[in-house]
Every structure is written in structure tokens, then in C-alpha cells.
Design a protein around this ligand. Structure first.
Ligand SMILES: Cc1cc2nc3c(=O)[nH]c(=O)nc-3n(C[C@H](O)[C@H](O)[C@H](O)COP(=O)(O)OP(=O)(O)OC[C@H]3O[C@@H](n4cnc5c(N)ncnc54)[C@H](O)[C@@H]3O)c2cc1C
Length: 408
């Protein structure tokens, strides 16, 4: 290392950032600085008062908060230079970052930067929900932070909006902290979580309605009721809060404010099979790549990208050109969205991950230079993870694309 503050700066101390730091240290990279804006490491897992976390990485099951503490202990034990209370507020194109602390804003430089800033649930404003603006409209993450860090349960009879896995986490948090949801509602015609998990609200006696439209939120200071439309009938449901769950979006503000930008499909940075951006000084991993995966997935992905960075620092050879992976509706996103001329077998991401925008029936195919190298036929559901192995031939390709032939 010479003339820089670190070999690698990692931005974000959730599972993916910590795992990357541990892997870089394990591979002998000397100076790893992990910048985290909160007072502790652990990221989104810290406020999850439930399990399961950590089975594959640490061989035992943790609740979210204790998993976060384990991540912090591991980082300290293995010599990662952890700096909490450090918010990154700017990314330079030359391996420099602007960091805000209680001392003010300062610049730091590194040979490589890895961004692992996670994802967040979409708040009310971004969902364009109509109605009054009373207090008591929260996301699951905010509710869980109230409960875990301040011992506060802000309502007793909330309406839960959404049916992803995190929506079940919201139901659990309510039930275990003295609140009983009046209903769980989903705007789509089907649940987003897989069965049997999607049966959970019904099993604990909470009505679960699908195909629901939110017409109005009522309340002058606190939430008092929500008007819904379902099966062409409208109904006003009394409740004292609205819990907006899921609809995660990558925490991409740093990319949006820099020339690095984001991928239109994933809303996170476009990366190659090593988690590397078009600017070769930058890497990314975890939920910032695509919303949203489990803690274990984020950890493994962070570790794999950390290994790729270590290899890159050692090889010293410049990054090759890349090709962009093309796709079209109803495919929502493909990660990685770039492929570089580099051995696929030793890549950090060995599979393309896709999501669909909507439910569709038909044949999904992967073509490389005009030749179909993979296809799958069936019924594809929105937001479900689809994994397609990246073939070795992709590294020499000039055109890589996903196509979809829809059936009525
Ligand atoms: C409510 C909820 C329940 C969940 N339940 C489960 C579960 O039961 N099991 C499971 O496996 N997974 C669960 N998850 C998912 C799991 O928490 C995430 O997959 C995992 O935390 C993602 O890790 P990450 O490192 O990508 O990002 P995160 O954990 O989100 O970490 C990102 C970190 O980056 C920091 N950061 C962001 N911007 C900056 C900046 N500019 N400067 C400095 N630091 C910054 C943040 O403060 C945060 O600490 C749940 C998630 C939520 C929200």
C-alpha cells in the first residue's frame, strides 16, 4: 500500500460488508477500513428480534441482534479497521470517498472501494398512497428499530400492507410485542412469499386479503382508519397504524449522486461477474445489488466479492472490457448486468439472478452471440429469485441477452 489510506475501503457494515472485510483479511490484504454510519455493525439484521441468522456462516442459529454482535466481534478479531459513526457522503472516480463524522467531512482514499449499503423498504411517499398525513405510518425496518432499540410499539391494531417474507417478520414483531394486526393486505392478486410461509397470517387468525387497492388513509393526528377496495366493493377498516412492508429498493444514493449511476432494472449499480462496476476501482455486493436477499445470501456474496478484490489487487492487471446483458419486459432485472472477459469458473457470481416484474407464462432463454445456451419454460412469478448458471462461453461473448416468449 502506498499513498492511500487503505488497500480497500468498505462502505456499510451489514453482513455483506463484514464478510468482504473478513475474506480480504483472510487472504492477507493488510489495511481494510470498514465505514459504517451507525454506532454498531450488523446492518438490517440488528433490529430483527427473530431468527434464523448465521447457520451457514457460523454453524449456529442467531437472533438478528446477536448475529449483528457476532459480525462485529469477527471484524474486530480479524483486524478489520472498523469505523462506526462514519457516513460516506460522496464517491470520487479516482478511489476517493468523502466521509462525514462529528469532526466534519474529510476525504479518504483506497486502492479499491467496495459498496455494501444494503436496501430499504419503500416509504409512503414513494408508494404514492392517497389520504391524510397522520402519524403512525411506518415501514417494518422502522417499526423493528423502535421496538429493538427503544422498547416502543407505536400502535396496537395496525393494518399490514404487503405479503413478502418481511411482511411475515412484521406480523411476528407485532404479535410478540403486544399489537394485533387488523388485516394483512396485498395489492397483487396473489401472495409474494411462497407457501407455506404465506399461510402464516391465516394460521394465527389474521385476515389476509389479496387484490386490494388502498383508496384512503384517514386520521387527523394519528391513523384512524383505511379505506380499501376489494372485488369492486369498498370498505373502511378501523386501525391505529399502517405498516408498509417490503417493496425493497437498493440504498443507491451514493451511486445516483456520482457518475457511476445505477442499472435501470435493479436500481443498484451494474456489476460484472466479480461484483465489479464499469469503473474498475469500484465493487459492490449484498442487497445494494438487488432487492432483496437473506442475511446469509448477503454474507456469502460479500465474501465472494471480497475474494475477487483480493485476487484483483494481487494480479495488478487492468480490468478487461465488458459487455452488457440485455433483457426485456417482463424480466425486471439481471445481476450481474455486465460480463467481463475473465474466467467465469473463478468468478464471485457464478449465476445470473433474474426477477420478473409480473406473473407470466412462457419460455425464458439465454442467448450468447445469437445461440440459445439455456432455456426454461413455465409460470414465472414476480419478485421470485431465478438463477441461471453463467456459461463459460459468456466470457468471450459480444452479445448476451435474455429473451422471453410469452404464452397466452
Ligand atoms: C425487517 C427485516 C427482516 C429481515 N428478516 C430476515 C430473516 O429473518 N432472515 C434473514 O436471513 N434475513 C432477514 N432480513 C434480510 C437481511 O437483514 C438482509 O439481507 C441483510 O442484512 C443484507 O445485508 P447487507 O450487508 O447487504 O445490507 P444491510 O444489512 O442493509 O447493511 C447495510 C449497512 O450499510 C450502512 N450504510 C448505508 N449507507 C451508508 C453510508 N452512506 N455510509 C456508511 N454506511 C452506510 C447501513 O447503516 C447498514 O449498516 C430481514 C431484513 C429486514 C429489513
Amino acid at each position: 500500500m502506498s499513498g492511500t489510506d487503505a488497500d480497500v475501503i468498505i462502505i456499510g457494515g451489514g453482513p455483506s460488508g463484514v464478510a468482504a472485510g473478513l475474506e480480504l483479511r483472510r487472504r492477507g490484504v493488510e489495511k481494510i477500513v470498514l465505514l459504517e454510519r451507525e454506532a454498531q455493525l450488523g446492518g438490517a439484521t440488528r433490529h430483527c428480534s427473530h431468527s434464523p441468522f448465521g447457520m451457514r456462516e457460523f454453524g449456529r442459529v442467531y437472533f438478528g441482534a446477536s448475529y449483528g454482535r457476532r459480525l462485529e466481534e469477527e471484524a474486530q478479531k480479524h483486524g478489520v479497521d472498523v469505523r462506526t459513526g462514519h457516513s460516506v457522503v460522496g464517491l470520487g472516480m479516482d478511489g476517493s470517498v468523502e466521509v462525514a463524522t462529528h469532526r466534519g467531512v474529510e476525504a479518504m482514499t483506497a486502492r479499491r472501494i467496495m459498496v455494501t449499503t444494503g436496501a430499504r423498504e419503500q416509504p409512503r411517499a414513494a408508494r404514492l398512497l392517497p389520504g391524510d398525513r397522520p402519524i403512525g405510518i411506518l415501514t417494518t425496518g422502522t417499526l423493528q428499530a423502535y421496538v429493538a432499540f427503544h422498547g416502543l410499539m407505536p400502535f396496537r391494531r395496525p393494518l399490514i400492507v404487503g405479503s413478502e417474507l418481511v411482511s411475515l417478520s412484521a406480523v411476528l414483531t407485532c404479535l410478540t410485542h403486544g399489537a394485533r394486526p387488523v388485516a394483512v393486505v396485498e395489492t397483487r392478486p396473489h401472495a409474494l412469499a411462497r407457501a407455506p410461509l404465506s399461510w402464516f397470517p391465516g394460521l394465527v387468525g389474521i385476515p389476509f386479503r389479496k387484490g386490494v387497492e388502498i383508496l384512503d388513509i384517514l386520521g387527523s393526528s394519528r391513523v384512524e382508519a383505511v379505506t380499501l377496495r376489494c372485488d369492486a366493493r369498498s370498505e373502511t377498516l378501523a386501525c391505529d397504524g399502517v405498516l408498509l412492508t417490503g417493496v425493497f429498493t437498493p440504498e443507491s444514493a451514493l451511486f445516483l449522486q456520482s457518475p457511476l449511476g445505477v442499472d435501470a432494472g435493479s436500481a443498484g449499480p451494474a456489476v460484472d461477474q466479480d461484483g465489479r462496476l464499469a469503473n474498475p476501482l469500484y465493487f459492490a455486493g449484498g442487497n445494494v445489488l438487488r432487492a432483496v436477499e437473506t442475511g446469509g445470501w448477503a454474507f456469502r456474496e460479500g465474501r465472494a466479492v471480497g475474494a475477487a478484490i483480493a485476487q484483483d489487487l494481487e494480479s495488478g492487471s487492468p480490468a478487461a472490457d465488458h459487455v452488457s446483458v440485455s433483457y426485456e419486459d417482463p424480466v425486471k432485472l439481471v445481476v450481474p448486468a455486465l460480463v467481463r472477459r475473465r474466467d467465469i469458473r473463478s468468478a464471485a457470481l457464478r449465476q445470473f439472478q433474474l426477477r420478473f416484474l409480473r406473473k407470466a407464462r412462457g419460455t425464458l432463454s439465454l442467448t450468447i452471440d445469437g445461440r440459445t445456451v439455456w432455456h426454461g419454460r413455465g409460470r414465472w412469478l414476480p419478485e421470485r429469485r431465478i438463477l441461471v448458471p453463467i456459461p463459460d462461453s459468456a466470457q468471450d461473448a459480444r452479445h448476451i441477452g435474455f429473451r422471453f416468449a410469452e404464452e397466452p
